[in-house]
Design a protein around this ligand. Structure first.
Ligand code: ARG
Length: 577
C-alpha cells in the first residue's frame, strides 16, 4: 500500500479535486512534529472561496479522511497534517514484503497485453560504444519493469545490419580485407577498412559508384555480396553477444534492418493504396507538411530502400505478429525527428496503432577526467569502460581494510569486482531522468558512500551479513515471522518502512513514464534510510528479544526491497563483501 496515494485519494474525494492533483500537492513535512504527510490548502481557496486555514480546519474534522492506519489528522495554519499509525504501517508493509519476497510489487495491469521493447540495436561492423550501452541498459531495465507489471514483453534488437554502408564494406573488403585480422578482431578490422574506404574515396570517386552498385546487388540477393554481408554480420554479432552476456542482457530476437528488406514492397503498396506516396526528384516520398515535418523518403531515386522505409515495414510487421499494446523504441534523442516522421506516416496511412508507437529517447554520454587507452576513432567502447570499472573496483576492495577482514577468497573478490564494477556503470546510466546527459566519473560511480551501485550493493551485503550472524546464533526465520511489527515505531524504522511501501507505486510510475530512474532513486533512498537506522539502533545486540526479532524482520524486508529494485535495474547484488 502506498500511503501517499491513499491519502491523495481521500483528499480528492473530500475536496472534489482529482487524485493526481492532490498527490502532486502532498508534501513531506520538514519536521516530524508536523506529521508524515502534509497537504497545503492554498490551491483550494480559489474554488471554495474560503481562507486556506479555514479549509484546513474543516477538512481536519472530516471523518472521510480517517483510516485505521491514520493515527490523526491535524490542521496547522493552511496545512493539513497526517500522522500515520506507525505500528500499523510497519505491520502491513513488512508482512506484505516478507510474504511475497521478490514478487512484492508485482502487478497485473499488463495482463493480456504485449509490449515490444526495441533496444540496443548496434550497427554491424561498428564498435559497441557507450551510446549503445545507454539504450541497452535502459531497454533492459524497462523490459524488466514491464514484465513485473504483468505485460508480455518482447525484447527486440533492431540491428543496423543493412544500408549503403554495406556496399562500401564489401568494396573495401575486396580491395584491402585481411581474413586473418577479421577472424581475430572482426569489428576492428571492419572499422579499419571502412575508414580506409572513406580516405581512398576522396581521391577516387569511382569507389563510391562501385559501392552503390554492390549495395544494389546485395539488395537483389546476389550470392557473393550476400555471403560477405552474412560473414560481417555473424562475426560482429559474436562480439556483441560477449558484451550482452557480460551485462546479463538477452533478446527475444535480432530482427535487424535486413529482416525487413523484403517487406518494403508491402509498405509501398499500402502507401500507394492510401494515395499518399508521391514522387519528388526521382524519389518516392510521403509529404508531411500537415505535421510540420519534412517529407519522409520511402524509396531513393536509385530505387534502393532507406532507414525509414525499413522502420515502417518493421512497425507493420510487429503489429501483425504481436498485436502490440505499446511498441517502444529506446533510441537516442538525436533520432527524435526520424521517429516523428515514421509515426506520422503510419498515422497518415490510417494505421490504428500509430499512436501506440513510442520513442523513448535519452541524452548524451560524457566523461569527467577519464582517459581510455584504445579509443577507436573518437568514441569510447563499452567493453573498455566495463573493464576499467571492474579493475578499479577490484583495487578498492583489496585496499579496504574492512572488506579484507572478512577474509574473502580471491574468487570472492573477483565476483564482487565483476558485479559491483558492472553495476556501477549500469547505475550511472539509470540514476537520473533519461533525457539528461550523463557524466561518468570514477569518483562518483565508485563512491561506496555515494549515490552509486557500490553503495546499494554494499548495503545489501552488509544487511545479509547481519541476518547470517543471526542465524548462526540460532535465530530462525520462523522466529522472525512471528514478530510483533507494532514495535517498529521509531523515526528511523518508520523511515525505512514508508519507503518500502512506495515500491509498487514507483514501479508503475516508472513504466508509465518509461523512466527507470524512479526505481533507482527509491532504491538509493531505501539504502540511505536503512543505514541511518543501522547506525542508530542496536539490532543483534539488543536485549529485548521481541524488538530484536522485529528489527531483524526489517533487515530481511529491506534486503527484499533492495533486491527488487536492483533486479529491475539489471544490477546484480552480492551476498557478501
Ligand atoms: N542502429 C541505429 C543506430 O545505431 C539505431 C536503430 C534504432 N531503431 C530503429 N528502429 N530505427 O543509430
Amino acid at each position: 500500500m502506498d500511503y501517499r496515494t491513499e491519502i491523495a485519494v481521500r483528499i480528492a474525494v473530500a475536496t472534489g479535486l482529482d487524485a493526481e492533483t492532490t498527490n502532486g500537492l502532498i508534501e513531506v513535512p520538514p519536521q516530524k512534529e508536523l506529521g508524515d504527510y502534509a497537504f497545503p490548502c492554498f490551491a483550494l481557496s480559489k474554488t471554495l472561496r474560503k481562507a486556506p486555514a479555514f479549509i484546513a480546519s474543516e477538512l481536519a474534522a472530516d471523518p472521510g479522511l480517517g483510516a485505521s492506519w491514520i493515527e490523526k489528522v491535524e490542521s496547522v495554519g493552511p496545512y493539513l497534517n497526517f500522522f500515520l499509525d506507525r505500528g500499523h504501517v510497519a505491520s502491513t508493509v513488512l508482512t506484505a514484503i516478507l510474504e511475497s519476497g521478490i514478487h512484492y510489487g508485482d502487478g497485473d495491469e499488463g495482463k493480456g497485453k504485449t509490449v515490444i521493447v526495441e533496444f540496443s540495436s548496434p550497427n554491424i561492423a561498428k564498435p559497441f560504444h557507450v551510446g549503445h550501452a545507454f539504450t541497452t541498459v535502459l531497454g533492459n531495465s524497462l523490459s524488466r519493469i514491464y514484465s513485473k507489471l504483468g505485460y508480455r514483453v518482447v525484447r527486440m534488437n533492431h540491428l543496423g545490419d543493412y544500408g549503403t554502408q554495406f556496399g562500401k564494406l564489401i568494396t573495401a573488403y575486396r580491395l584491402w580485407g585481411d581474413e586473418q585480422a577479421l577472424r581475430s578482431a572482426p569489428i576492428k578490422e571492419l572499422l579499419r577498412i571502412y575508414v580506409k574506404f572513406h580516405e581512398a574515396e576522396k581521391d577516387d570517386p569511382s569507389l563510391g559508384i562501385t559501392a552503390r552498385e554492390n549495395f544494389r546487388r546485395l539488395e537483389e540477393g546476389c550470392p557473393d555480396e550476400r555471403a560477405l554481408w552474412e560473414k560481417f554480420r555473424d562475426m560482429s554479432l559474436k562480439e556483441f553477444s560477449a558484451v550482452y552476456e557480460k551485462m546479463g542482457v538477452s533478446f527475444d530476437n535480432y530482427n535487424g534492418e535486413s529482416f525487413y528488406g523484403d517487406r518494403i514492397p508491402e509498405v509501398v503498396k499500402l502507401l500507394n493504396e492510401k494515395g499518399i506516396l508521391t514522387e519528388s526528384e526521382g524519389a518516392q516520398v510521403v509529404m508531411l507538411d500537415e505535421y510540420g515535418l519534412p517529407p519522409c523518403i520511402i524509396i531513393k531515386s536509385d530505387g534502393t530502400t532507406i532507414y525509414a522505409s525499413r522502420d515502417l515495414a518493421a512497425a507493420m510487421y510487429r503489429y501483425d505478429t504481436y498485436g502490440f499494446y505499446k511498441n517502444i523504441y529506446v533510441v537516442g534523442l538525436p533520432q527524435a525527428l526520424h521517429f516523428k516522421q515514421v509515426f506520422a506516416v503510419l498515422e497518415k496511412a490510417g494505421l490504428p496503432y500509430a499512436g501506440d508507437c513510442v520513442h523513448v529517447g535519452f541524452g548524451l554520454v560524457k566523461f569527467k577526467n577519464m582517459k581510455f587507452s584504445t579509443r577507436e576513432g573518437n568514441i569510447v567502447v563499452l567493453d573498455e569502460l566495463l573493464d576499467e570499472s571492474i579493475s578499479k573496483t577490484r583495487e578498492i576492495i583489496k585496499s579496504n581494510a574492512l572488506i579484507r577482514d572478512t577474509g574473502m577468497s580471491d574468487e570472492g573478490i573477483e565476483e564482487v569486482a565483476l558485479k559491483v564494477g558492472i553495476g556501477a556503470v549500469i547505475y550511472t546510466y539509470l540514476r537520473a531522468g533519461r533525457e539528461r546527459d550523463i557524466v561518468f566519473s570514477w569518483e562518483e560511480m565508485l563512491d561506496f558512500e555515494g549515490d552509486s551501485a557500490p553503495y546499494l550493493i554494499y548495503t545489501y551485503a552488509r544487511t545479509r551479513s547481519i541476518l547470517r550472524k543471526a542465524s548462526e546464533r540460532g535465530i530462525t526465520d520462523i522466529e522472525i515471522s512471528k514478530t510483533d511489527f507494532l514495535l517498529l515505531t521509531s523515526d528511523d524504522e518508520t523511515g525505512v518502512v514508508k519507503l518500502l511501501a512506495e515500491i509498487p507505486d514507483a514501479v508503475s510510475r516508472a513504466a508509465a513514464t518509461n523512466e527507470p530512474f524512479m526505481v533507482a532513486r527509491l532504491a538509493a533512498q531505501i539504502a540511505r534510510a536503512f543505514n541511518r537506522f543501522y547506525n542508530n539502533s542496536a539490532i543483534l545486540s539488543g536485549t529485548d528479544i521481541a524488538l530484536r526479532n522485529a528489527r531483524l524482520a526489517l533487515c530481511e524486508a529491506t534486503c527484499a526491497g533492495i533486491l527488487i529494485c536492483t533486479d529491475l535495474l539489471g544490477i546484480e547484488v552480492v551476498e557478501q563483501m
